[in-house]
Design a protein around this ligand. Structure first.
Ligand SMILES: [Zn+2]
Length: 196
């Protein structure tokens, strides 16, 4: 499979960058980079023909192109719910309060806003489906509806493994044991040799 890695610098200390992957004939992209207008404009110019964006999970550094541009987006339904939860300041504030979090801390979450929603057309995908010759694999833990894409011998895993550190595990509404799921997902990745 012909793959081009697009390494995008992030405006935070860690992680320093995020990887997007342009596939096959240059028309299909895995992950959408940060929610940042200038980044999305630059990327859109560069990747003019990209129409299909496959989203591993809803995090702020993976979904920019889907939030700010109009493309065809493929993602798991749980992740769409988390988009609605994570970027809406009213919903997020209510949830943070229920955990006793001082909402002054939320001011540093610059992506929280009113009315920010996916502009794209959404198509839901589930574990086991095949999409653009990629097998869709459930990889919960880092995010409950995260999916990986597995063409053959490569796994596009959306933050399953980071260099020098581990991915963070956090709480989401209704999500009982993210750490257990994360460890199971890592075991599954370790078993990849047996998938062939
Ligand atoms: Zn992430």
């Amino acid at each position: 499979m012909n793959v081009e890695r697009i390494k995008v610098k992030l405006p935070v200390k860690r992680p320093k960058f995020v990887n997007l992957y342009l596939l096959v004939n240059g028309k299909c992209l895995i992950d959408g980079g940060p929610i940042e207008t200038s980044f999305v404009n630059t990327l859109s110019k560069k990747l003019g023909e990209v129409k299909d964006v496959l989203i591993t999970h809803h995090h702020v550094d993976h979904i920019g192109l889907a939030m700010l541009n109009s493309v065809e987006v493929y993602m798991h339904p749980i992740e769409l719910k988390l988009v609605e939860h994570s970027y809406n300041i009213d919903t997020y504030t209510k949830w943070a309060r229920s955990y006793g979090i001082d909402i002054r801390y939320l001011k540093s979450f610059t992506w929280l806003s009113r009315g920010l929603a996916l502009k794209s057309k959404i198509k839901f995908v589930e574990n086991g489906e095949t999409l653009f010759r990629l097998k869709v694999i459930a990889m919960p833990g880092h995010s409950p509806g995260r999916i990986g894409f597995y063409p053959d011998k490569i796994l596009f895993s959306g933050d399953a493994i980071l260099s020098k550190t581990t991915t963070y595990i956090e709480l989401y509404p209704g999500y009982q044991n993210p750490l257990k799921d994360h460890l199971r997902t890592l075991d599954r990745v370790r078993q990849m040799e047996k998938w062939k």
